[in-house]
Design a binder for this molecule. Structure first.
Ligand SMILES: Nc1ncnc2c1ncn2[C@@H]1O[C@H](COP(=O)(O)OP(=O)(O)O)[C@@H](O)[C@H]1O
Ligand SMILES: [Mg+2]
Length: 270
């Protein structure tokens, strides 16, 4: 059984009495411990898909099964990280992480929550910043806290919606490598199942086992592509290989051939 099974998912939005199909007959599955990126241009329904997975939105038709069971609302089996830093501004970094743990793991004592919070802040390189408030941290640091919180909560599934989309290029690279290392682990712990939304092809290749490429109007799955590179991955080594360049070019031409059909069938020359 797949960890996540998406069956004929269709989502219509109604606005001013007009119905709009954001997702149409989306089908794919995600195995336990798999890192899957959903990639597609703006408006193709990526965030809509994640909102259904999170349980804050319901499908018009079709369903998503987690461990074979339909989703009923939000659940403690799923953690989320969004593009915009979702930290509570009135809580320190430590408290944000500890509070996240409290929301999901009721059995953990207060002192244990803070111990785990410190452990994860250290993993993301923020051990010196635990007592700072979000307004005292840069965007990249705030997103590190959000990642620490999502990992510390220790859910089976992690949902990430363009988590590095608002971060400058250099810090984005650092955060991608941090996430890659934390998720790959040292081989002794079970990997989380991750659904990662992005519009960045290099980010998707570096991180993922599988890439689900979507097309817009209505949002559909265009292609599912397995990423053929071994783990653990090292970005600087990987990007120098011929295989990487070839794979990346294939993905880019798929991505743009889809867009070109949308703008009148003109071939896009890369
Ligand atoms: N609550 C909503 N009501 C009406 N339309 C919506 C709503 N949320 C999203 N949409 C529309 O659905 C489409 C898909 O949106 P979204 O899932 O946010 O796409 P993406 O994350 O890929 O950019 C867009 O055209 C968007 O304008
Ligand atoms: Mg979005």
């Amino acid at each position: 059984m797949s960890k996540i099974q998406i069956n004929n998912l269709t989502v219509n939005y109604t606005e001013k009495k007009k119905s709009f199909t954001a997702l149409k007959d989306v089908n794919f599955s995600i195995e336990a411990g798999e890192f899957v990126s959903v990639i597609g241009s703006s408006g193709c329904g990526k965030s809509t898909l994640l909102s259904i997975l999170e349980g804050i939105n319901t499908p018009t038709d079709g369903e998503i099964l987690i461990d074979g069971e339909p989703i009923h609302g939000t659940g403690t089996d799923r953690g989320v990280v969004f593009q915009h830093y979702s930290l509570f501004p009135w809580m320190t970094a430590r408290k944000n992480v500890a509070f996240g743990i409290k929301q999901v793991r009721k059995d953990v004592s207060r002192s244990e929550r803070y111990r785990i919070a410190d452990e994860y802040l250290e993993k993301v390189g923020l051990e010196q910043f635990g007592n700072k408030y979000p307004s005292q941290l840069s965007g990249g640091m705030q997103q590190r806290v959000a990642i620490a919180r999502a990992l510390a909560i220790d859910t089976d599934i992690l949902l990430m919606d363009e988590p590095f989309g608002a971060i400058d290029a250099k810090n984005r690279t650092i955060l991608q490598e941090l996430l890659l290392d934390l998720w790959e682990g040292d081989g002794t712990t079970e990997r989380k199942t991750v659904v990662f939304v992005t519009h960045d092809i290099d980010e998707a290749i570096l991180l993922s086992d599988k890439i689900v490429m979507m097309t817009a109007n209505p949002g559909r799955v265009y292609r599912e592509i397995k990423v053929p590179f071994d783990r653990p991955r090292n970005r600087s080594e990987l990007v120098q290989t011929k295989e990487y360049t070839r794979f990346r070019n294939t993905l880019l031409s798929m991505f743009y051939s889809d867009i070109s059909t949308k703008i009148g069938g003109e071939e896009v020359v890369l």
